[in-house]
Write a protein that binds this ligand. Structure first.
Ligand SMILES: Cc1ncc(COP(=O)(O)OP(=O)(O)O)c(N)n1
Ligand SMILES: Cc1ncsc1CCOP(=O)(O)O
Length: 401
């Protein structure tokens, strides 16, 4: 209705239609201060207390939730948005980004929320008590707000055009990777090397050496799967391995441990069905880190997508002795999950140079590669085995195209 720069985007005559017809159909109303004021007959909105009052009044007009955005409060205030769902208020504060490049922030925030709702997220539902659950309940909103804040920070120095407001860069995610130089894509799953320190010990190799050899042999992504490591040692190992991976721009993910991923600034995590839910991991890690989830069923694959995962790992494709009591899904189970998944998939479990080709041949375009442990790490030369597997996979893919 009214942009942050004060431009009136819709004639005041539409206000009655908003109040009488539209608002009662809305899941969420996200007015800026000027819009909230207009909808409320010119009410003055100058403080957070005013915003809370306005949120309640707007809620009474019909929307299930209201988010009054405080970007236009005086500069002395943090950026505060007030969320009200008819029962509870939440003030969502973040440092104010000083920039003239705010054009499109409101539309972007609303679009992000809509996109997350469309994915089935229930983020604006009842508010739970602990900060973590709060974070989850607001996941879509938190993600949207974080996206907008990150984009604002990223775009703040762009000089384009002569207007009072400048543009805001929506494509930061394509260019921005928190300075790590590594941005995950599904193609990274082509040859996924998952470490095992027991195998390294057996062959007398430090973890860093194993990781370096795997990368030099062609591994396109690494996962540190340390089932028995002490936390401090795990963090140190992750940092040491990141120093190896970063120059090659090969992502390094941490198995199970979000704390280790955060502490080491790794590129993401891989989570199983009994680990921290991906939705919580996303809220904790933010939008830029990669999250993989192990899925054996169509339902799990759907949930991983809803929860904001980036890829799924499906298996065991073949029997394996690396992971105890792991059910084998077979090539048929893999295909079923792939065809149902909206996310890229990597196959795992018992895969090696002698049986990898039929895996890639199942006929699922989103099956992006294979993940292996023993096929590369339980061998005398990690580099040679990885190189061999890489060239077989490359040849199989080029023949198929
Ligand atoms: C790429 C990939 N896929 C699946 C798994 C298995 O993860 P999970 O189910 O959590 O089992 P553990 O690895 O934790 O034993 C994986 N690690 N990586
Ligand atoms: C971690 C994991 N998850 C499913 S199977 C598996 C083990 C894969 O190891 P390997 O490649 O040696 O069979």
């Amino acid at each position: 209705m009214v942009s942050t720069s004060g431009d009136v985007l819709a004639d005041p005559s539409i206000l009655s239609s908003f109040r009488e017809e539209l608002l009662m159909m809305a899941d969420i109303l996200t007015p800026n201060l000027k819009e909230a004021s207009n909808l409320l007959g010119g009410m003055r909105l100058e403080t957070v207390a005013d915003m809370r009052h306005a949120a309640k009044l707007l809620h009474s007009l019909g929307p299930r939730s209201v988010l009054v955005k405080g970007g236009d409060l005086p500069e002395s205030f943090d950026a505060v948005d007030v969320f009200f769902d008819g029962e509870e208020y939440h003030e969502l504060r973040s440092p104010r980004v000083k920039t003239r490049n705010t054009h499109g922030t409101g539309c972007t925030l609303a679009s992000c929320i809509a996109a997350e709702l469309a994915k089935g997220s229930s983020m604006l539902s009842a508010v739970k008590v602990t900060p973590l659950w709060l974070c989850m309940c607001f996941y879509s909103y938190a993600l949207a707000k974080r996206y907008v804040e990150t984009a604002l920070e990223y775009s703040k120095d762009i000089i384009l055009g002569n207007g009072a407001q400048g543009p805001f860069d929506h494509f930061l995610r394509l260019k921005h990777n928190s300075g790590t130089g590594v941005t995950f894509s599904g193609n990274d799953l082509f040859l996924y090397a998952v470490t095992d320190s027991g195998m390294n010990e057996k062959w007398g190799r430090p973890m860093e050496v194993a990781v370096k050899e795997a990368i030099e042999g062609g591994a396109t992504i690494i996962q540190l799967r340390e089932k028995n490591a002490e936390t401090r040692k795990f963090i140190e190992t992750a940092k040491a391995c990141l120093k190896i991976c970063r120059p090659y721009k090969v992502p390094l993910l941490i198995n199970d441990r979000i704390d280790v991923a955060l502490a080491s600034d790794a590129d993401g995590v891989h989570l199983g069905q009994s680990d921290t839910p991906a939705q919580v991991a996303r809220a904790l890690l933010g939008p830029e880190k990669a999250i993989g989830v192990s899925c054996k069923t169509v339902e799990q694959a759907h949930q991983a997508w809803v929860d904001g995962a980036d890829y799924i790992g499906c298996g065991g494709v073949y029997p394996t002795s690396t992971k105890a009591n792991n059910t084998t899904v077979g090539l048929d189970g893999l295909k079923t999950v792939c065809l149902a998944s909206k996310l890229p998939v990597v196959a795992i479990g018992g895969i090696n140079a002698s049986n990898a080709i039929p895996v890639l041949g199942i006929g699922a375009p989103n099956l992006k590669g294979v993940a292996v442990v023993s096929a590369v790490f339980d061998r005398s030369s990690v580099a040679t085995e990885t190189r061999n597997l890489h060239s077989m996979l490359t040849e199989a893919v080029s023949k198929a195209n």
